[in-house]
Design a protein around this ligand. Structure first.
Ligand code: HEM
Ligand code: HEM
Length: 555
């Protein structure tokens, strides 16, 4: 009977009327929800909890600098002319007036000198691009060093590395648009790289440039890539990336009350929404300040592109620096196979090395899982010291990248330090191989020492620097016990000794199992395990005993 009453109440609309919002905004919300039905989705997500840590802002910097790129990019499209038709420049920049150039270059000069706020927007766009790619790389390192890429976040890592790849190509196509001498030199280099590809190289170059380089079409083509296709792909990938962050929930650092099964933090509304809003304006403000105060790409100084000219010291944007470095230090290897010349000196540093490097970075989560055999889900982050081999691997990668990058500026280093460019090149040729190995060994040992230090602090407390003399003449340093919270945080990590088999046990295994056990032993082998509860208790008991003894002595 009561069920019926409810039904009647509903059909009369009484219940709906009771729930109807009284404010205009509320009514608008109901109106919209009846048509698009997003309320249940919003209700579920709007109070979603996010943990807090400064390093979680790095992904946000990438996000907000991308938004700045979209806003400033749309402004630039209003005045930029993607055309390679030649015209005589008649704008207000004196030194180039009367010079032949493409409409692309003339319109970029126009944006810089004649459109109100144009130079600010150009410089903001270019600085935002630098910050976008830089923040992506630092974000990648944060995710890697803390182990946030482990199960179940591997796919988001792969999406991230696609973002890095496509973001870089997007930057290169933008850099090529103004068609000044510097950007043209970059495109000419790209033409050479394409032609170095065996068999399809020349065909590819003719396809991209619509005939012999530079042709009359590539600015239009790069423009479509730059303002439509690539931003579209980036947007879709960023949306997927964010949805997965929501779906997996964000990882958190260990600490009191935080476990692998919960998330401790602030809700999206109102705390995170406000923080994110404030952060967007901070990123926007800093980019606006940089765009207003710091010159970037003063293309008016270089003049229009001419295939017969190259300026000394021309450098690509920083993120293209490392393959350029590889190109500069590789010996001039070439071989002739079936009458075709294979230019290894270009093929290796530009086509093979970056793709291999990127593929390796993309595969890192899977490589680690294959080595360790770890199939558990991880929602608690690890301190870099607690994964010594992983941390050392990334530092080895960074060393390789940094040395290649330095090689990209070998001419500038030679000039600044007044040294021979040949000696710098010979040094770097060896250093790119030896440097990463040294970096790996040093970092791994360093992490292990830090782990030992943590255990020391856990078991015996912090060193206070206060030296005491006992009645019988002995000296000792007073140690201060850790707070319960700090001690809990230090112990909230996995023990890995169960994942590592002893040499005797490994010797009993065969084939695949043996290889896996060996890999895991190499990965975890020297790690210092956190103290067992029994060890902790014994140490506490010992400390307590000392203290009583000390106070007894003092009296
Ligand atoms: C357009 C570029 C990118 C944007 C806008 C972006 C944005 C974000 C944001 C806002 C978060 C949550 C906050 C944080 O942890 O920082 C996040 C998390 C994450 N990002 Fe990115 N990201 C980008 C590129 C990358 C790259 C290059 C990688 C790695 C190759 C990556 C892998 C991840 C992973 C695995 C998470 C989950 C981390 C966790 O839960 O701790 N992202 N990203
Ligand atoms: C990840 C996104 C992007 C990156 C990394 C990027 C990067 C760049 C760079 C480095 C330049 C050369 C700037 C200069 O002249 O100094 C450029 C130019 C340009 N970009 Fe972008 N851009 C991005 C997105 C966009 C979007 C979404 C649009 C438009 C919808 C756009 C429109 C333009 C235009 C019209 C130019 C030529 C004007 C000029 O060079 O002054 N960009 N871009």
């Amino acid at each position: 009977m009561s069920v019926d009453t409810t039904k009647v109440a509903h059909s009369n609309g009484t219940a709906a009327a009771a729930a109807a919002p009284s404010t205009k905004i509320g009514q608008l919300g109901v109106w919209a929800d009846e048509r698009v039905g997003l309320a249940s989705l919003a209700k579920k997500n709007i109070r979603k909890v996010f943990p807090d840590h400064w390093s979680f802002m790095l992904g946000e910097i990438a996000l907000w600098s991308f938004v700045v790129l979209l806003i400033t990019g749309i402004f630039l499209t209003l005045w930029f002319t993607p055309s390679m038709s030649e015209i005589v420049y008649e704008g207000s920049y004196d030194q180039l007036r009367g010079v032949y150039m493409t409409e692309a270059m003339a319109s970029t000069l126009n944006i810089s000198f004649d459109v109100r706020g144009g130079l600010l927007m150009r410089q903001m766009h270019h600085w935002a691009a630098m910050i976008f790619i830089g923040s992506m790389m630092v974000h990648l390192m944060r995710v890697y060093f803390t182990g946030a890429f482990r199960k179940p976040r591997e796919i988001n890592w792969v999406i991230g590395s696609l973002l890095l790849l496509i973001g870089t190509i997007e930057g290169f196509t933008g850099y090529s648009l103004p068609d000044d001498l510097l950007s043209g030199t970059g495109v000419r280099a790209a033409d050479g790289f394409m032609k170095a590809a065996p068999i399809v190289g020349t065909w590819m170059s003719f396809f991209v440039f619509g005939g012999e380089f530079p042709g009359e079409i590539f600015i239009q083509r790069f423009y479509i890539l730059h303002v439509l296709l690539l931003p579209g792909i980036l947007l879709a990938l960023i949306a997927a990336h964010m949805m997965l962050v929501m779906y997996h929930k964000h990882t958190q650092w260990p600490g009191p009350g935080r476990t692998n099964d919960n998330v401790v933090g602030y809700p999206l509304l109102p705390v995170y929404i406000s923080k994110m809003g404030g952060f967007f304006f901070s990123v926007f403000g800093i980019i606006a300040l940089m765009g207003g105060l710091l010159t970037i790409n003063p293309m008016w100084k270089y003049g229009p592109y001419d295939p017969s000219k190259v300026t000394a010291g021309s450098q690509p944007d920083w993120y293209m620096g490392w393959p350029d470095g590889a190109l500069r230090i590789i010996p001039g290897w070439e071989s002739v196979i079936f009458g075709y010349t294979i230019s290894w000196n270009i093929l290796l540093p530009i086509l093979i090395l970056p793709i291999a490097f990127w593929a390796l970075v993309t595969a890192m989560p899977f490589v680690e899982a294959a080595i360790t055999g770890d199939k558990r889900e991880h929602h608690l982050l690890q301190r870099p010291r607690n994964a010594p081999t992983r941390t050392a691997l990334m530092v080895a990668f960074m060393t390789f990248y940094g040395l290649m990058w330095a090689a990209g500026g070998n001419d500038l280093i030679a000039i600044k330090f007044d040294s021979s460019i040949n000696n710098i090149t010979y040094f770097l040729r060896a250093a790119v191989f030896i440097g990463p190995v040294i970096a790996f060994i040093v970092t791994r040992r360093w992490c292990i020492s830090l782990q030992r230090h943590d255990n020391e602090v856990l078991l015996h407390g912090r060193e206070t620097g206060v030296v005491e003399r006992s009645v019988d003449g002995g000296y000792s340093e007073r140690h201060e016990a850790l707070s319960a919270d700090a001690a809990f945080t230090l112990t909230e990590r996995d023990r890995e000794d169960n994942l590592v088999l002893s040499d005797v046990e490994i010797a009993k295994l065969k084939g695949k199992d043996r290889r896996r056990a060996k890999r895991a032993a190499w990965w975890y082998g020297y790690n210092v395990q956190k103290p067992t509860p029994a060890e902790l208790e014994a140490a506490q008991h010992h400390g307590h005993h000392d203290e009583i003894e000390g106070s007894d002595n003092a009296h």
